[in-house]
Design a protein. Structure first.
Length: 430
């Protein structure tokens, strides 16, 4: 076999012992035999199989490699231990610059989501996100990090309450990407990300097996940041604001408790019936901060509910919105970016799906898993904090963001699914 392991594509079916897998091997490397349908999934699965053979570096070869096929291979090949190793091929059917832009954003997101909670904590996540975006457009980016008690001074009570149980203070990152050169330019869109850097469940404590992967609970923050990064690399020239709602949800004598009532900046009072339904509490602040910018478009993303995972599985992200035409458009954007989303129900009446005898609403239902329709109920809660009766707002529940275990298509850990959809949303709508 040659020193360089080459991976080629063929439209001819695999034969002999290679027929079942659809990937054959020769003295140069591997040949992936493309099926008539589901070529992207087939290539990704072949890449994962090649990676599990212990190969650290491969080079793609040939004219059949399109941009999407190369990206599918990359997504299947990489893992938390191996963030690179794929040399893309520059040919007439693919865009090497586009692939490198995807790789830059996805690598950063993987590093954040797969990173330990000891290294990726609220203030470090906010700082790393700001540094990453600033590195892409230093002359166009400014930001501030609101930390600890300063959150209370600005009435960002949800982030403060969820994070007050940790010794490491909660923070809100507000980042301004403004390539217009005009300080008074309108904000075209705002992104909001859930940045719970570790989720123990609080006093509604998770079981050990459910807590093990909770370093990923800042996946929403990583995904919206990577989406903005990709849009910048693709040349977006509109003013965009980014809000990351960052906290550790831990237990201590200072932690928030069941039965507490939070009164938000917009006057909405919320009874805490489950401290493990914390993501919606921090996102409420982020959504109100986004609304204050006057942005006509707001998109939030979060690893928000197990209910979304049960509904759509790990291949799809769930999408919600009261603006039905916009939901349909974003589904089309996801399809153009080879990412899968699926709309779940959301109506205005979902705002009242978690009643409280003591406050305007509860943050969940006091039953296991939040009860039936939990993902829609969480989205309904969020809809209380968006402007314009939800017009221009999209909520992504990132069921496909992270995998506890490897599959035939993916390694364990972050998948990055969702960031391309967000970039396209900014490009097409902002």
């Amino acid at each position: 076999m040659s020193e360089q392991f080459l991976v080629r594509l063929s439209e001819e079916p695999a034969k002999g012992v290679w027929a079942q897998s659809g990937t054959s091997f020769d003295s140069q490397g591997a040949v992936i035999h493309l099926p008539e349908a589901s070529a992207l999934k087939h290539v990704q699965r072949a890449a994962r199989a090649i990676a599990t053979q212990g190969l650290a570096k491969v080079s793609l070869q040939g004219e059949r490699w399109t941009t999407e096929l190369q990206w599918a291979f990359y997504q299947g090949f990489v893992s938390p231990k191996q963030l690179g190793g794929v040399t893309f091929v520059d040919n007439t059917n693919s865009d090497l610059a586009a692939l490198e832009a995807l790789k830059v954003s996805a690598t950063w997101a993987r590093q954040m989501i797969n990173g330990t909670a000891e290294d990726i904590y609220p203030e470090s996540l906010a700082g790393k996100a700001a540094e990453f975006i600033q590195s892409l457009a230093p002359e166009h980016v400014s930001y501030q990090i609101i930390k600890g008690k300063a959150l209370l001074e600005q009435q960002w009570i949800g982030i403060h309450e969820v994070g007050r149980g940790s010794e490491r203070p909660p923070v809100l990152l507000e980042l301004d990407y403004n390539p217009t050169g005009d300080d008074d330019a309108p904000v075209s869109a705002a992104l909001v990300g859930k940045g719970i850097t570790f989720d123990s469940g609080g006093y509604s404590i998770k079981a050990s097996e459910g807590m093990l992967g909770m370093k990923c609970d800042m996946g929403g923050a990583a995904t919206v940041t990577a989406g903005l990064a990709l849009a910048i690399q693709r040349g977006i020239q509109k003013r965009i604001k980014l809000f990351l709602c960052c906290a550790e949800n831990l237990i201590s004598g200072h932690a928030y408790k069941l039965g507490d009532i939070l009164t938000y900046k917009n006057g909405t009072s919320v009874e805490i019936v489950n401290t493990d339904a914390e993501g919606r509490l921090v996102l409420a602040d982020g959504l109100m901060a986004a609304a204050e910018t006057g942005a006509p478009l707001i998109l939030d993303a979060a690893t928000l509910t197990g209910a979304a995972l049960m509904a759509v599985g790990q291949e799809y992200n769930a999408i919600f919105g009261l603006d039905k035409p916009l939901v349909r458009e974003v589904c089309q954007f996801a399809d153009l970016e080879s990412e899968a989303v699926w709309p779940l129900p959301l109506e205005k009446w979902h705002q009242n799906a978690c009643p409280s005898a003591y406050a305007d609403t509860a943050n969940s239902r006091p039953v296991k898993g939040g009860g039936a329709g939990g993902a829609s109920n969480a989205a309904g809660f969020l809809s209380r904090f968006v402007p314009n009766d939800g017009q221009g707002w999209i909520h992504l529940d990132l069921a496909a963001c992270f995998r506890d275990n490897a599959s035939a298509d993916w390694s364990a850990g972050a998948t990055t699914l969702g960031f391309r959809t967000i970039a396209r949303f900014l490009q097409e709508k902002a």
